[in-house]
Design a protein around this ligand. Structure first.
Ligand code: HEM
Ligand code: FPP
Length: 299
């Protein structure tokens, strides 16, 4: 009886390690943005519940597999950074073989589900997103150029496009606007974190912008991208994809983000940089929630 209890506690612990590999908090917002793409793709009414369910599950599995692959490839780097050294691989809680098998099984299952229960286009776009993050960004860009997250941000911006493709079988121009929003949001999101974690990145030998170009240049880049982001978020209203309620939310949220970026530029502190990073997440979640609410308002 005692052995049985120990065994199940051990199994639960291992399950938890696999779960951590999928970077569940980041991927929750990624999957949320994909789901918003699904709802916005239908001009009136709701998308098919079955498609929403299978597409969400499939995208979540492949995103989790991409995160696990990133953890596998970066285990030595993760071991050198305070923020990441408690991950299952650097701690020796999971082996490389276990992680590889987990990523392949989870990703394979997600792709099969997308191909068979959603449509082939969504499967191919999701596979390209996986390769973009787990291979192009992680293996080639991240260790080589401070523009790594700008180019790699294209993968992170794909989820609403994937959601849109799942429901319509094509990539609409409105879906590209949603792509552009996340694409412009990624640099201020990431560089706000990189600013207060720059010693970590320097120790790991990664050429993140604050390490290669210093704090002031990075803060200016955050400010400029936040201005671009503000302009890009007006496009859904300008193209009549979204209405006045969305515009109001985009302006209020955008001004708040600009205020953070401006204060960060003129009067830097690690605390403010942390607050800006946290706000970037509130910002994107709220903006996408506003797109959804606005879509169903009876204008
Ligand atoms: C190349 C693009 C991106 C880079 C380099 C990046 C980088 C990061 C990093 C380094 C963290 C800290 C993670 C941790 O401490 O475990 C983080 C957190 C986060 N990211 Fe991103 N990110 C990117 C794109 C995205 C996208 C597209 C989304 C969602 C749409 C997103 C949502 C989040 C969320 C929700 C967190 C907070 C996680 C938590 O609270 O633990 N990120 N990001
Ligand atoms: C559908 C699908 C395949 C989605 C993948 C989405 C994607 C590209 C996510 C990127 C977000 C992310 C986990 C960044 C972490 O950066 P990092 O790896 O540099 O951060 P770290 O230092 O915490 O490992």
């Amino acid at each position: 009886m005692k052995t049985l209890t120990l065994d199940s506690a051990d199994a639960l612990r291992r399950l938890r390690h696999f779960y951590v590999l999928t970077k569940p908090r980041v991927n929750t917002l990624i999957v949320f943005c994909a789901m918003i793409g699904m709802f916005l793709a239908v001009p009136e009414g709701l998308p098919s519940a079955q498609i929403v369910l299978f597409a969400t599950l499939g995208i979540a599995c492949v995103a989790g597999a991409a995160a696990a692959m990133n953890c596998l490839i970066e285990q030595q780097i993760d071991a050198r950074m305070a923020r990441t050294r408690a991950r299952p691989l650097p701690r020796g809680e999971l082996s490389s073989a276990e992680t590889l098998a987990f990523s392949l099984v989870l990703g394979g299952a997600g792709l099969l589900l997308l191909y068979n229960a959603v449509n082939p286009l969504t499967m191919w776009l999701t596979l390209a997103t996986f390769v973009g993050y787990a291979v192009v960004y992680t293996v080639f860009l991240k260790p080589r150029t401070p523009q790594n997250i700008v180019i790699g941000g294209a993968s992170g911006a794909m989820p609403p496009v994937l959601g849109w493709a799942a429901v319509t079988g094509e990539v609409g121009s409105d879906a590209l606007l949603l792509f552009l929003i996340i694409f412009a949001w990624t640099p201020p999101h990431f560089w706000a974190l990189a600013l207060y974690r720059s010693a970590d990145y320097a120790r790991a030998g990664l050429p993140m912008l604050p390490v290669t170009h210093g704090s002031r240049y990075t803060r200016l880049s955050v400010l400029l991208y936040t201005i671009i982001l503000f302009a890009v978020t007006l496009l859904p209203f300008a193209t009549r994809m979204s209405g006045a309620a969305y515009l109001a939310a985009a302006v209020v949220l955008g001004l708040a983000f600009l205020r953070y970026a401006w204060r960060l530029y003129v009067d830097y502190s690690d605390k403010l940089s942390q607050q800006t990073f946290r706000f970037s997440i509130v910002y994107l979640s709220s903006l996408f929630a506003a797109l959804l609410v606005d879509h169903y308002l009876p204008y």
